[in-house]
Structures are given as C-alpha cells and as structure tokens.
Design a protein around this ligand. Structure first.
Ligand code: S3P
Length: 445
C-alpha cells in the first residue's frame, strides 16, 4: 500500500525557532479499524465521524467490502457502513491486501475464523515478516484451518469453522490484537469465549462491542483480567465519533517538548487509561503537559494537551507501563535523547515484531545521529544530552515503519545538521497529514 508513490520519498524536518499553535491529530487507528469491522457485522447503518483515513484503515475498509459489507465515504472522516450481520460475511473473490497493517490482518483473521469462508491475506514486505502464529494458534483451537508461509507469515490462507468452538485462552503475549482476534471469532461462535490477560492491553474491542450490543463481561481474577464474550450475538448499528489518536499525538507532543521555547496545544486526544502511558511517563520525566477540557467522546476519555518545552530528566521507565504506550516508545526514545541523564526502558520485547524491529532500528538511527544508546534484548538505554542538540547529519532508514519515519523527522528539529529519513511514504499508513500539521506548528519540511 505504501507504493502510492513508486519512488522513496526522502524527508527532513528542521526548526528555525519555537513551535507554536493548536493542532488536531487524526482519528484513533485502533478505534477506526474496529468501528468499520463492527459496523460491517451490524444490521443497518453505522455512521462514523472522525475516521482515520490512513492506508491501514483503508485496507480494512476494502477487505470488508470484499466480504460483502457496504462501506462508503460520505465526506472527510465521515463514513457509512451497512453491515451483513454477525455470521454474514461472504467469501472474498480475491486475496485481501492488508498493506502494512498488522491490526487489519489479525482482527480480520479473527472474524473470518468463525465464518464458513476461505480468505487469503497478503501484505507488504514489512507485514510479510511479522508473526501470525500468535493468532493462528488460538484460532486453530476454535476450529479454523490455515496454510501460511514458513513461520506462520503472510501470505496466509484461512478457512473458517462454522460452527467454531468456544475456548478459554490465556494470552501468552500482551497483545490487544490477539485478544481482539479471539473475541471477534467468539462473536459468531456458540457459547462463551474467554480471553485471559495478565497485563491489561488496550480495551477498545471490549468497550465498542458492548456499545454495539454484544454481551462482554470483564472480571478481575487471580490470573488476571478475564474477558468473556457471548457468541451468536446480534450487533446494532451505532453512531461513532472517533477521538484523536494518542499514538499520533506523540510526535507533535515530543516535538513541542524538545524544541526550546515551544508551546503547542494538541486538541481532542484520546486518553483511554490503557493508552495514556506516554503522557504519564513524560510527566514523570518533568514534562510540562496540562490536560484541558477533559471530556468523553465516543465512550472514550479525551482531553486537549497543552505542552510547553522544558528540561526533562532521565528515569527508569517501569516495564509494566509498556502495554499502555507500546507504540509510543520510538517517540519516547527521542524525548529521552534530550533528558538530563540516562533513561532505561525495558520489557519491550514486543517492539521487535512491530512494523520493524523498533529497538534495533531506533538504536541504529540514534547512534548514527550521535546519540549514546545501549541496545538491550528487551529494551534500550538512552544517554540523554540534557538541553544540547544532537549532531545529526545522517540518513536514517525507516524500514517501511511509519513511527520510525516520524520519530527521526522529529529528531531533526533539534539536530545541528539535518537528519534525513530515507523514505517517509509509510507515514501515510497512520498519519497522512503529519507534514502539513508539523508545518503549521512552524517546522520546515
Ligand atoms: C493494536 C494493538 C497493538 C498496537 C497496534 C494496534 C490494536 O499491537 O501496537 O498498533 O489496535 O489492537 P499488539 O496487539 O501486537 O500489541
């Protein structure tokens, strides 16, 4: 999907002075995928406002259309879905192209697993390296069958089971995608399907499925959080307003903290407690971030973030916060670069299986820009430079990873010599307006 422009697009951001202004980040990616998927399973019209129109979410929309749902764009961010009902997905005629999107792939695999259809999932070279065994395993137990590339990778063909078998599944990794895949398969499975998670991961599926009328029980037990869905549900269409994505907000947020004199407001940022780890950690590092107009949008807590640049101090980030900010570590590594003293971040094994190996790729890029880093098997130590700019003067590879590209674009704002990102095209997967937004704040592109 990132080949919209055939040639790599090199990118470099610089700042001539403080960043300032008020910006709004695009809709939450996790919620946008789920809004389309649940709408596609409801009978009647679901209306979505503020949908993220990034390539990842568009891949989900296209796949749902290919399986019979009517998904249309009514205006900017405004979408309508006429669903087929739980159990009503149709056999797609061609392979489903998931582009760069792990969330589309794993959640849709959950849906297909409990339908009497066969679907083939394909993706770009980044997605084709990512592990799918983590969903193949529980979905096989529910009765689905698979033929995949070696190592359970894409291309992968899945034949669903109907009826599927309800299971109780203990998550071996803290993954909202795996949890959601099992719950989505459970939607069309007779009986009760449970997932047990030792550490809480983002809970948008649970919240939204309830909103659509499914019975989802959550109980805290000695083993962790047990989430149970009652199958053969009927979903009722909803009107959904998607809050701004905290994972996208991370980039202008960190930019505002590290460019001296900056004052930036990022409006309408989702602050679900399973997603707000970055704000908590940055505040522990001394960041000046105020929350204004705290409110509920689409069933999710939301606020405007008022960010003022200032000194940061290095800390040991508690590993247990990782699931609540897993996508924000690349941005945190950039903030840590400008802290006084070292920042130690561990418990991040999952970062190695994202759109790229985010520990290795960030460590290499930071080192190339003159930052002292120590790569650990499960994390990174960043030796902060206090208020000092980084030398920069390097070209960094984005490895088809939007968050790597945006992180190094932000680093360039506080570098003595330009930091060039070799290919910025993947930014379109999650944050198509990143460059205009950064320009509005005063960055030079
Ligand atoms: C997501 C879950 C996380 C996150 C991804 C979106 C989701 O992945 O990194 O960007 O929407 O459920 P994992 O489940 O692999 O941790």
């Amino acid at each position: 999907m990132t080949d919209a422009a055939a040639e790599p697009l090199a990118l470099s951001l610089t700042a001539a002075g403080p960043l300032s202004g008020t910006v709004t980040v695009p809709g939450d990616k996790s919620i946008s995928h789920r809004a389309l998927m649940f709408g596609a399973l409801a009978v009647g019209e679901t209306r979505i406002e503020g949908l993220l129109e990034g390539e990842d979410v568009l891949a989900t929309a296209a796949a749902l259309r290919a399986m019979g749902a009517d998904v249309t764009r009514a205006g900017a961010g405004s979408w309508r879905v006429h669903g087929v009902g739980v159990g009503g997905l149709l056999q797609p005629r061609t392979a489903l192209d998931m582009g760069n999107s792990g969330t589309s792939t794993r959640l849709l695999m959950g849906l297909v697993a409990a339908h009497p259809i066969t679907a083939t999932f394909i993706g770009d070279p980044s997605l084709s390296k990512r592990p799918m065994g983590r969903v193949v395993e529980p979905l096989s137990r529910m009765g689905a069958s698979f033929a995949a590339a070696p190592g359970n990778r894409l291309p992968l063909t899945l034949t669903g089971a109907c009826p599927a078998v309800p299971i109780r599944y203990e998550l071996p990794v803290a993954s909202a995608q795996v949890k959601s895949a099992v719950l989505l398969a459970g939607l069309n499975t007779p009986g009760r399907t449970s997932v047990v998670e030792r550490v809480p991961t983002r809970d948008h599926s649970e919240r939204m499925l309830r909103g659509f009328g499914a019975t989802v029980e959550v109980e805290e037990s000695a083993e962790g959080r047990v989430i149970t869905i009652t199958g053969e549900a009927e979903l009722r269409p909803q009107t959904i307003t998607v809050p701004g994505d905290p994972s996208s907000a991370a980039f202008p947020l960190v930019a505002a903290l590290i460019v001296p004199g900056s004052r930036v407001t990022i409006a309408n940022v989702g602050l679900n407690p399973t997603r707000d780890g970055l704000v908590r950690v940055l505040r522990d590092m001394g960041a000046d971030i105020l929350l204004a107009d705290e409110r509920i949008v689409g069933g999710e807590p939301v606020a405007d973030l008022m960010v003022t640049a200032g000194p940061l101090r290095g800390i040991e980030v508690p590993p247990e916060v990782a699931p609540s900010m897993i996508d924000e570590y690349p941005a945190l590594f950039i903030a840590a670069t400008f802290a006084e003293g070292k920042t130690v971040m561990r418990g991040l094994e999952e970062l190695r299986v994202k759109e790229s190996d985010r520990i290795a790729v960030m460590a290499a890029g930071l080192a190339a820009c003159g930052v002292g880093v120590e790569e650990l098997p499960d994390g990174l130590i960043v030796h902060g430079r206090g208020g000092e700019a980084v030398p920069g003067g390097a070209t960094v590879a984005s490895h088809l990873d939007h968050r790597i590209a945006m992180s190094f674009a932000v680093l360039g704002l506080r570098a003595a010599a330009p930091v060039v990102v070799d290919d910025a095209r993947p930014i379109a997967t999650s944050f198509p307006d990143f460059l205009p937004l950064m320009r509005r704040l005063g960055a030079r592109v």
